[in-house]
Design a binder for this molecule. Structure first.
Ligand code: MTE
Ligand code: CO
Length: 417
């Protein structure tokens, strides 16, 4: 931006000027009596006292910001998924009550007093931990994204769902408190031939996944807190495995058993499911890492643009291979790219927030974002991904998303050829 432009922008302000501010506010007002120069109703009476809201909830005006489901997607609610309302959030942290949920057999309701974590197999000393035992070990706090491998799975054959909540909402990013898995494994003592870990959940699905020992010793956690409070039941209370950067299915919830072995177990979740069928009939297996991905969360189909003029384009980027190095945004379907501004913490295997400010005159836009991670990996187009993977896959769709912003401000999920 030149000096002249800067001056002009500061003189004009970001909105359409003072008159614009009044108009923008008035357009959304229900009751003009509450507007300046009047004193609003809520200033004329005492408010509710402390203690009534023993566990705080968002304002009643924010009741639309909720996890949502796609009813036709699954046969039963016990084996289903709800989606994070990414379009209505900012920053990088997902509030606990809005983290998408994915259960294969419903939410296990666990009494922590009765819950145990068993550690056995190729160890010197098999151990059984109470939740209290786990909490006595030295602990760490880490912010990580969790993405279901099936995120975007409905979009392989073309644009399908109108909203980033549905196309990208199987991701959340929270701060975990827990014990490094390494610490527990060292407590038990690994036998020399130990190579893999089996993690098992205490839910009716008894979810089991094989995890290479190197990953277990690197950055996996047995977590009991998210965003400071104890895990929510739907996210694995009282214990869950955290497997940073790797597909969500491996983050076993309601963790009850860890077995050390010398080879993978080839469980249902790593043979019949969570493998990627290619065009030639072969399937990729053990595709653990979630590759770099990004999405513009606003504007997007659930948050159309109401006013012309200054506009903040905002989104999230993440990579299972490390930090996000750069995010590019295109307004013309990938022909030209601008470097977005990263704001807030840029952390390893975590969500990163990006922004691009734009002056919108009502021209149609084809909005895209493209993540580049610290390894130099560039998020591919959907067509590039289909060339190497075909369209039989469900999992690991990290192709570039396109939103069509129309002159009336509405936004639609589209693909560009
Ligand atoms: N762990 C158990 N025990 N049972 C499950 O059904 N679902 C897995 C994983 N861990 C699951 C589980 C899948 S597929 C995903 S994507 C994540 O948990 C979802 O975690 P969340 O519900 O906290 O978002
Ligand atoms: Co999943």
């Amino acid at each position: 931006m030149g000096d002249q432009d800067k001056k002009r922008q500061s003189r004009r302000g970001f909105l359409a000027g003072a008159a614009g501010i009044v108009a923008a506010g008035a357009a959304r007002a229900d009751n003009p009596q509450n507007q300046p120069p009047n004193v609003p109703d809520w200033t004329k009476t005492l408010g509710e006292g402390v203690g009534v809201r023993a566990y705080g909830l968002p304002s009643k005006h924010e009741q639309h910001v909720i996890r949502r489901t796609v009813p036709w997607l699954t046969a039963t609610p016990e084996s289903s998924v709800s989606f994070t309302p990414l379009h209505a959030l900012d920053g990088i942290i997902t509030p606990n009550g809005l983290c998408f949920e994915r259960h294969h057999s419903g939410i296990a309701e666990i009494d922590p007093a009765d819950h145990r974590l068993m550690l056995h197999g190729l160890v010197e000393k098999p151990l059984i931990f109470t939740v209290g035992d786990v909490m006595r070990f030295p602990r760490v706090n880490r912010i990580y994204f969790l993405e279901c491998a099936a995120n975007g799975g409905m979009e392989w054959r073309g644009a399908q769902l109108n909203g980033c909540q549905y196309t990208h909402g199987m991701v959340h990013c929270v701060e975990y408190t827990g014990v490094p898995l390494k610490v527990l494994l060292e407590e038990a003592g690994l036998k020399p031939n130990a190579k893999w870990i089996l993690a098992e959940g205490a839910d009716a699905a008894a979810m089991t996944r094989s995890i290479p020992l190197a990953k277990a010793l690197d950055d996996c956690l047995v977590a009991y807190r998210m965003n400071g409070e104890m895990l929510r039941p739907e996210n694995g209370y009282p214990l869950r495995l955290v497997v940073p950067g790797w597909e969500g299915n491996m983050w076993v919830k309601w963790l009850r058993r860890l077995k050390v072995g010398d080879e993978p177990w080839f469980t249902r979740e790593e043979t019949s499911k969570y493998t990627d069928l290619l065009e030639n009939g072969k399937a990729r297996q053990f595709t653990f890492v979630m590759d770099a991905k990004s999405v513009i969360t606003s504007p997007s189909p659930q948050v159309p643009v109401r006013d012309k003029g200054f506009m903040v384009i905002s989104g999230l980027a993440w990579s299972g291979r490390g930090k996000i190095a750069r995010v590019d945004v295109s307004l013309d379907g990938g022909r030209n790219w601008k470097t977005a501004r990263l704001d807030g913490p840029v952390l390893d295997k975590s969500c990163t927030r990006f922004y691009l400010e734009h002056h919108w005159n009502g021209e149609p836009l084809l909005l895209q974002s493209r993540a580049i991670d610290a390894t130099g990996y560039v998020q591919p187009t959907k067509d590039a991904l289909r060339k190497i993977r075909g369209v039989n896959s469900i999992y690991h769709n990290n192709g570039i998303q396109t939103w069509h912003l129309k002159p009336d401000g509405e936004v639609e999920n589209v693909e560009v050829g």
